[in-house]
Write a new protein. Sequence first.
Length: 554
Amino acid sequence: MAESAGLVIEGGTLIDGTGSAPRSNAVVVIQENRIVAVGEKGGVSSPPGARVMDASGKFILPGLIDMHVHWADWMPELFLAHGITSAVDLASTDWTLEQSVALMDGRLAGPRLFASLGPFAGRLLWDRALREVETAQMARRLVREAGAGRAKYALTKVYTELTPDQLQAVVEESHRAGRNVIAHLGSLDACQAAEAGVDALAHASGVALATIPDPQTAEQLRCCVKIGISIEFPQFLMYHAFMDPGKAEDLIARLVRKNVRLEPDLINACRWAARRRQTWLADDARLLDDPDLRYLPASSRDRMLFNKPLEDLIGEERAQLRRGYENLQNFIRKFVAAGGIMLAGSDTAAFVVPGISLHRELELLVDAGLSPMQAIQAATKNNAEFLQEEQLGTIQPGKLADLIVVSKNPLTDIRNTNTVEMVIKDGNMMDRSFHADFVNPIPRPRIAGFPNPKPSIRTLYPMTTRRRNKDLDLIIEGSNFIKESVVEFDGVIVRSAPVKSTLLRETQFYAVYTQLTATVPARLLNGIGTYKVVVKNPRPEGGTSNVLYFFVAD
């Protein structure tokens, strides 16, 4: 419960989220969980017994809203520490709904959590965590079954491989129920989504596809989505290098006319090309090394520091990545100049650190051409309006008391949104510290199997030898071998490589083989006995295979 006597924040500069000019020497009065008065020092009375917080020299902003989150049970403290007072889960389950209630009733300290209906998708065999839609009639039924209103689901999420009539059905039924629709497009482009009535494009998906003039290149992009090329990886951004400026201008006009917002998740799609990438990685490593965050899963830490997709790019690929980034920046700048509305999200799932990444999203929006004020509104007012949450997003009388105090001016440098000193959510002063003993009261199983698989050995050729003190070529047969696989012979790493003719499958992250060759040096074969053979794949994920035994006979 909020402090009944009231809370007063006074003396700071108010950036209220409405777009109005900053107000110096401001006073914000909070009672229960509401903002009851906003004015200047000396012109607003404090309730008797209210707790007064001096914000002189500091800046008061609405609590930040992250529009694109894939909620995990270890995330709450990271969001609060960085001033995110609301988050929107775009792949919600019944567990998400339970988390939302726990966050509201005080069993769990963290941001408000809004759930989405969906995601609704077409046939995607590589992802089974979706609501597969087979017909337009089925799509309508699934949306109707969720009921009307936003009490349970704040919005609807659609995913890739829907047909135009299926997308149209989801949009129409969602609008009838009072919910906006955000789309992660695959085979359909942004023009088709706009005509179907979609309200926002997650990842700015569909923009490249709608503006690539070459049909063959466009089809390559469609195929990439079908086989699982992730939005978070460089290939997605690289395709923006093929955008046609004239087509981009036409698309911008259509999106603005249809009131389609953009939620680009630049921190995910564009972090590979951002000039501050290495600084961010170093900062993340320091943050995640905090002993009070030791409860974070090791696999999640690994993913958030994952750099291999960029390291694998060479030559022209890096140039294409840069051109794609510049084209997307130009599109965003022109979209906003034409009156388009931006939403700010970070797509926290596997590869970015919750909380701090939303601040980096604001940096990247400013890099793309938004003013600091426009970037702040993207993470406050615009997000709240898209959620149709009239009580959030700005600091005004009658609104819910979600606000933050930062030590430096974000209007002179947007990076200053991350100088958070105070977080107030629902009228309560929140604890921004991390706690080593943090436990989510409603835990959820970890996301697993990504991006490196766990290897398994089936057999060895040969399995035995009578030759001692001579090098031995060993073939290891099994599954989930990758080029980074390491072979250990009796605890010693030996030289090894996958057999290229045994390629089993290829994903956006790795090629998977069924055979490895290993050279066992003579010094390891100097005695009769049994030797353990294992294969290890590196983190993230990865792991150690089962043990097989090699025999040196008399």
